[in-house]
Design a protein around this ligand. Structure first.
Ligand code: COI
Length: 368
């Protein structure tokens, strides 16, 4: 536990109200949250509090100018009773990179890890146990200053909340469908596309909504300059298997450097089948599908896990991939990744950060 952490336990747990057979994504939140404030040039007052609303002033700069960054990572409860947080070091690094881009002071690593470990100690009963489910951890940093000048703030709030979730896309569907977006742009060279910041998601809402009305789960973003190269899917990075080779767009500064993306690349290299990271023209993708050379396509993301893509729509044409079914590599990667996360497969790269639940403390709390 963090030495300077204050803990105010929830007086009533909401756990009994949660239907673990019918989890959505990010609709219910565990009993506690972490909070820390940036004031006078330093992060201070780390605290665990009952989950609940946070008061913000109407002039809060985040509400107006979007100075906010966040992360998404997951904790798993294995059949062996061990809690594993998947690759939090990568999320910490990306959070720091996002902070730099958004002029936000980085929290130190001790509080980043300490916050989620304290929450897991208190709320470990909220960690789902089924494959595909997890305790999603959402760290968030936003300006906590009231002003209407367009300038970096001097006061911030760091919150961490946790939520029992299923995969982002309902896994009972065989695969998702994507719409290639040629009119709107998620991110442009020199913009914030590589940072995990709220504005990127705000920019995606309108095109995403247009796609959803046509029945597409997500849009497939192309580069902002020419609408020629494939970039990502917003909720995940994208991979194709063309002529037996797995390819994914290279990180050119406009694409989010996904933790699951990096994990897929490592697992494929381990299997002796390295992923090609390069620029991929949408015409290459479309031609490969038309010529029957596209064996499979999948997205990779913390929330999405490994999500099969069964087809894409391009200029009004629907192009089916692998008869709308998950391919062999997609399935293998899903099994391997979730197997490592649940402790069923050897964690040869030491990706998991283990959290030992203090059963004595849990019992003491329950008795209070
Ligand atoms: C994640 O995968 O953690 C994300 O933040 C994606 C978000 C759209 C749920």
């Amino acid at each position: 536990m963090l030495p300077d952490l204050s803990i105010t336990p929830a007086t009533h747990s909401r756990l009994a109200d949660v239907d673990f057979d019918d989890l959505g994504f990010g609709n219910v939140f565990s009993d506690h949250m972490f909070s820390m404030q940036y004031r006078d040039g330093r992060w201070q007052q780390p605290a665990v509090l009952p989950y609940g609303p946070v008061a913000v002033d109407p002039a809060n700069a985040t509400l107006h100018y979007g100075q906010a960054v966040f992360e998404g990572l997951k904790a798993f409860m294995g059949g062996d009773g061990t809690v594993r947080i998947f690759r939090p070091d990568m999320n910490y690094k990306r959070l720091c990179d996002s902070c730099e881009r958004l002029c936000i002071p980085e929290p130190d690593a001790e509080h980043f890890y300490g916050a989620m470990e304290a929450l897991i100690q208190l709320d470990h009963a909220w960690i789902p146990r089924r494959r595909g489910q997890a305790l999603y951890i959402r760290p968030l940093i936003f300006s906590d200053e009231s002003h209407l000048e367009v300038r970096p703030s001097q006061a911030f709030r760091f919150l961490v909340m946790t939520a029992p979730v299923r995969a982002y896309f309902d896994e009972s569907a065989a695969a998702i469908e994507l719409k290639v977006e040629e009119q709107y742009t998620r991110s442009a060279p020199g913009g914030t596309g590589a940072a995990k910041t709220s504005g990127n998601y705000a920019a995606s809402l309108y095109p995403g909504e247009l796609g959803r009305r046509e029945g597409f789960a997500q849009v497939l973003w192309l580069d902002g300059r020419e609408h020629r190269y494939v970039e990502e899917v917003g909720a995940m990075n994208i991979f194709f298997r063309i002529d037996g080779r797995v390819v994914t767009p290279s990180l050119v500064g406009t694409i989010l450097p996904g933790v699951t993306r990096a994990s897929v690349i490592q697992l494929m290299a381990d299997a002796g089948d390295p992923v090609e990271e390069r620029r991929i023209e949408i015409e290459e993708v479309v031609t490969a599908i038309r010529e029957g050379r596209m064996q499979e396509c999948f997205g990779a993301g913390t929330a999405a896990i490994i999500a099969p893509v069964g087809g894409i729509a391009y200029r009004g044409e629907h192009l089916s991939i692998n008869d709308g079914q998950a391919g062999d590599v997609t399935r293998r990667l899903y099994d391997e990744l979730t197997g490592i996360q649940l402790g069923e497969i050897a964690d040869r790269h030491r990706w998991n950060r283990l959290v030992k639940i203090d059963a004595g403390e849990s019992a003491r709390r329950a008795a209070r």
